[in-house]
Design a protein around this ligand. Structure first.
Ligand code: SF4
Ligand code: SF4
Length: 384
């Protein structure tokens, strides 16, 4: 640990818990032991050799979604997630929980998500002819394998809007999961491969101007973490999907299907941690939703800096799926506090995680049914 992180650990462990109510994990599990100050307290005990590094304490290092919620609520600007990330990095191989070792093995052997779905493969076959496009889209491995409806919707939407685009055809990773699970060396190597691939795409197609990043966590990795690893992507603009879609909609001015008079569709928006708190992209998706004729935008009671994590949590969903389920259900509960009938998620990963984890039988929950979509699916349904 660096001196800065040791000082942060000391401050957090002695704190009176200003950020507890903004912790996505503690808010969902309702366990005092999941509050940020307690994690830091355990880390400080280990750091000062006052506490044994037991498997139970190691487990706390991974019961954190690295969502940044504590940092936003902390009056002195500390970040318990950063302490947890450093604690993970410092663990010796033999201390790693078995679930984490298995997860790492799946990531490095490319077995975590499986292959592209059949529908996605069919769509990508046409891409060979689009090698002079100015815009290149990076979906990420998980979306291509498990989020086919997002890929199909974005293709359909961009085709309706006459946008010339290509899709990064290699099954590349940015290394975000490896990095946030604490495997910095492995993540750096993956990040370098990604940057080299983008450089070779630019060399093969000098008219390439913009790389669109579909998921919030890949965007956070490329824009915030790559520079800290000495990895640089040159001569190409990196743009988030919401910002790209907003620009296209402003340029093309499409017509939207109108919602019936007197039954205005009420639409709310969930801020993903990586897009909102990390990249400060709050307004572009809201502007998009407000463009739709006949709809009414409804702000969630916990939004922007105070938005909870969906539960994906940079690997949390693989290590503690039971915590992810509670976090996903909390997102649905927060949506149900409004009278919105549709919740647009700023990232496809958030949408998939929430849909996979909420109870299928909504009668068994107190939450009303709310349609959960991401931006490509939302827009493809209503752009004429
Ligand atoms: S992040 Fe701030 S409020 Fe939260 S435990 Fe640390 S010092 Fe306290
Ligand atoms: S980073 Fe998020 S989950 Fe982790 S302690 Fe902070 S608020 Fe809680």
């Amino acid at each position: 640990m660096t001196e800065d992180i040791m000082e942060m650990t000391r401050l957090c462990s002695a704190c009176y818990k200003m950020c507890r109510d903004n912790c996505s994990v503690a808010g969902a599990t309702r366990k005092e032991s999941d509050a940020p100050q307690n994690r830091a307290f355990f880390a400080e005990g280990v750091m000062k050799n006052k506490r044994e590094l037991t498997p139970e304490i190691v487990d706390y290092f991974y019961r954190c979604s690295l969502c940044g919620g504590c940092r936003e609520a902390c009056e002195t600007g500390q970040d318990t997630g950063e302490i947890m990330l450093n604690a993970r990095r410092d663990l010796d191989e033999e201390r790693l929980p078995n679930r984490l070792k298995e997860l790492k093995e799946k990531i490095v052997t490319n077995k975590l998500y499986g292959n592209d779905s059949k529908k996605v493969k069919e769509l990508l076959l046409n891409q060979v002819e689009k090698k002079s496009a100015k815009t290149l889209i990076y979906f990420g491995k998980r979306v291509r394998a498990e989020g086919a409806d997002t890929v199909i919707a974005l293709f359909s939407l961009l085709n309706k809007l006459n946008v010339d685009f290509a899709v990064l055809d290699d099954d590349l990773d940015t290394g975000h999961l490896l990095y946030f699970l604490g495997f910095t060396t492995d993540a750096t190597s993956v990040a370098k491969d990604f940057a080299e691939k983008i450089a070779s795409e630019k060399k093969a197609n000098p008219s390439l101007e913009t790389l669109i990043i579909v998921t919030a966590d890949d965007l956070r990795m490329i824009n915030k973490t790559f520079p800290t690893l000495g990895v640089d992507i040159k001569d190409i603009d990196i743009v988030s999907l919401p910002e790209f879609l907003l620009k296209i909609l402003k340029d093309k001015k499409p017509s939207f299907e109108s919602f019936k008079k007197g039954s205005a569709k009420k639409i709310t928006y969930h801020d993903p941690c990586g897009l909102g708190r990390e990249m400060r992209i709050f307004e572009a998706p809201r502007e998009i939703i407000k463009m739709v004729n006949g709809s009414e935008f409804v702000e969630l009671p916990f939004s922007k800096d105070r938005a909870p994590c969906c539960g994906y949590g940079m690997g949390l969903s693989y290590i503690h799926p039971e915590v992810t389920s509670k976090m996903a259900e909390r997102i649905l509960s927060i949506g149900s506090m409004t009278d919105a009938d549709t919740m647009v998620m700023g990232c496809s990963t958030c949408r998939d995680v929430v849909l996979e984890n909420i109870p299928k039988d909504t009668k068994s929950t107190k939450n009303k049914r709310i349609d959960i979509v991401d931006l490509p699916i939302f827009l493809d349904r209503i752009v004429k």
